[in-house]
Design a protein around this ligand. Structure first.
Ligand SMILES: Cc1cc2nc3c(=O)[nH]c(=O)nc-3n(C[C@H](O)[C@H](O)[C@H](O)COP(=O)(O)OP(=O)(O)OC[C@H]3O[C@@H](n4cnc5c(N)ncnc54)[C@H](O)[C@@H]3O)c2cc1C
Ligand SMILES: NC(=O)C1=CN([C@@H]2O[C@H](COP(=O)(O)OP(=O)(O)OC[C@H]3O[C@@H](n4cnc5c(N)ncnc54)[C@H](O)[C@@H]3O)[C@@H](O)[C@H]2O)C=CC1
Length: 500
């Protein structure tokens, strides 16, 4: 191993939302500390226009910026453009792929996650994570007549709604769509949107997009995924930062045909096998051969006995934390989902090593109203809190678990509806010991409240319900709502006034 080039007080690995938030907060709190950000690509993801909407709900935009913007803002910061190849927690050093070695006093790993693909090396199976993979998807889609989307979470929900001019077969394991966010009732509310035309010219998105081209010096960038160039200087084998809210706005998700959306859902099935045309022709099991054999480049056999030919398969089947291979050789405690276990100070099992964002698994005793989901907001919150924990340790100050981990909250958009999820929105972990109240107006709104022992513990709000702040308060103050019964969702009562 080469000699140590320099030892920094803080080294942060990863230029996604978790790593960049961590760097910004550290540099603001400890302006004289020596901080290094090690990240593979030339760009970083920065949170802009941050707005605390209520006690726990937050909104912000995301900008992909050249890392020089960060260095100009924080003179104490050095950005090292290379991926980490290995970490040695005994010697407190990291080695980058370009052979340089840096020492650290405190390290925060924010290396994100990568798609957990159904078939790792199959060229016809794509995952979507960063700008490059989104571009590859768009390029392949533009020539496609039929694709199969496997998975029932965030990416699948976005794609089935957005893709046009191409037949989409959507294979889901469950009885209803969107299992990571919704119950069957909400799914039923949303399904008609798949058959309806997309509303004309959606309001222009205020969030800046992500780029693929070198910007004018110091400028933030715009995503134009019809360009085919790669991120300059980036290694295509290294994962870039994850896309985020509204990533698909501004890129054309259009297949080879004209016309609108055509989606058919295959419920309660998994993938048995993915075959190429040649493999099918050579298969001894004649029954596996669909009539179309030879006309598609790839075939997918589902556990419901059906086989579909298609141009390619999108594996939207969740993510795997990025710990391989650079953390090998250390004794990190790893959670069942593959994440680095962190305690309530975002510290891993290795001394002076913290982690934040998609790469980590929150292993402290959670508030009864919070759960981890690998989301943009949680990446920001964890990066921010990890930096505060590191600073508190250096300053020998006490620090308590941040309030943002009290209540799970997520605002997003699916099928052109605003979606707000609060607390145990799907009764997670409550067993049969809970009650649901639902109010639904077709095509307008879906409101579900989860009650446990008369107290509100979660809610799903789809549409412009304007209920999020009141419900957030009711969940946080754990008021006994037994006396209100179903009146709680009576549309003729102004609930905000009621609980004022
Ligand atoms: C298509 C898509 C849509 C999404 N939509 C939403 C949404 O609407 N709302 C929402 O809340 N969340 C959404 N998410 C999830 C959200 O984007 C992630 O949870 C979040 O960005 C994770 O941030 P992170 O900083 O932990 O990781 P990442 O953004 O993945 O950043 C990790 C960084 O680490 C770097 N890195 C990796 N390995 C190394 C290494 N060995 N050495 C150096 N650097 C390394 C990478 O280059 C990258 O810069 C979406 C995700 C995807 C893929
Ligand atoms: N609007 C939002 O909040 C969005 C959030 N995201 C986030 O981005 C990340 C990646 O998104 P997704 O890949 O959609 O992950 P996800 O975790 O949201 O969903 C994964 C889905 O794949 C299914 N699945 C897992 N293994 C499978 C298998 N072998 N066969 C069939 N189905 C399988 C799961 O049941 C689940 O429905 C997630 O962290 C997600 O939360 C992504 C898009 C939008």
């Amino acid at each position: 191993m080469a000699d140590k080039e320099k030892t920094f007080q803080f080294v942060i690995v990863g230029g996604g939302i978790a790593g960049v938030t961590c760097v910004e907060q550290l540099s603001s709190q400890l302006p004289s500390a020596d901080v290094a950000l090690i990240t593979a690509g030339p760009h970083i993801k920065a949170v802009t226009n941050y707005k605390q909407v209520s006690k726990t709900l937050e909104e912000f935009d995301v900008e992909e910026q050249p890392s020089s913007v960060l260095e100009e803002k924080f003179p104490n910061l050095t950005v090292i453009h290379s991926a980490v190849r290995s970490l040695n927690t005994n010697s407190h050093t990291v080695e980058t792929v370009d052979g340089r070695v840096f020492g650290y006093k405190n390290l925060c790993i924010c290396s994100g996650a990568r798609p957990k693909l159904l078939a790792q090396d199959n060229p016809y199976v794509l995952g979507i994570r960063d700008t490059d993979s989104a571009q590859e998807f768009q390029k392949r889609l533009s020539k496609a007549q039929r694709i199969v989307i496997v998975g029932n979470g965030g990416i699948a929900l976005e794609l089935v709604y957005e893709v046009e001019g191409c037949e989409v077969i959507w294979a889901v394991k469950d009885k209803a769509i969107g299992n990571t966010f919704f119950d069957a009732g909400a799914a039923q509310f949303l399904i008609p949107s798949l058959e309806a035309e997309k509303p004309e010219a959606a309001a222009p998105c205020k969030r800046p997009r992500y780029t693929t081209e070198e910007p004018a010096s110091g400028a933030a960038q715009t995503f134009t995924a019809d360009r085919t160039s790669r991120r300059h200087g980036s290694d295509p084998t290294e994962p870039g930062s994850a896309l985020g809210p509204d990533w698909h706005e501004g890129i054309v998700l259009q297949g080879v045909e004209q016309g609108s959306r055509r989606v058919s859902v295959e419920y309660q099935c998994e993938v048995e096998k993915v075959f190429t045309s040649e493999e099918l022709l050579n298969s001894p099991q004649q029954t596996l051969r669909p009539e179309s054999v030879g006309s598609w480049p790839v075939y997918i056999q589902l556990t419901n006995g059906k086989t579909f030919g298609c141009d390619f398969v999108v594996s939207a089947t969740g993510v795997m934390p990025n710990t391989e291979p650079f953390l090998h050789g250390n004794a990190f405690a790893i959670a069942d989902d593959g994440g680095l276990q962190v305690d309530d100070h975002m510290m891993t099992s290795e001394p002076n090593v913290y982690a934040a964002g998609d790469v980590c698994t929150a292993c402290w005793e959670h508030s009864p109203l919070w759960q981890q989901m690998r989301l943009w907001t949680q990446a920001r919150q964890m990066g921010w809190y990890a930096s505060r924990c590191m600073a508190a340790r250096v300053l020998s100050e006490p620090i308590e678990l941040d309030f943002c981990f009290e209540l799970f909250s997520h605002v997003t958009k699916f099928f052109n509806y605003k979606v707000v999820l609060l607390g145990k929105f799907n009764g997670q972990g409550l067993g049969p010991d809970h009650e649901l109240l639902v109010r639904c107006t077709k095509g307008h709104e879906y409101v579900k409240v989860v009650l446990s022992h008369g107290r509100m513990v979660g809610a799903v709000l789809i549409g412009e319900t304007d209920l999020e702040e009141t419900f957030e308060n009711l969940i946080l103050n754990q008021m006994d709502l037994t006396a209100y019964g179903e009146e709680l969702l009576n549309p003729n009562i102004d609930i905000e006034d009621y609980f004022d």
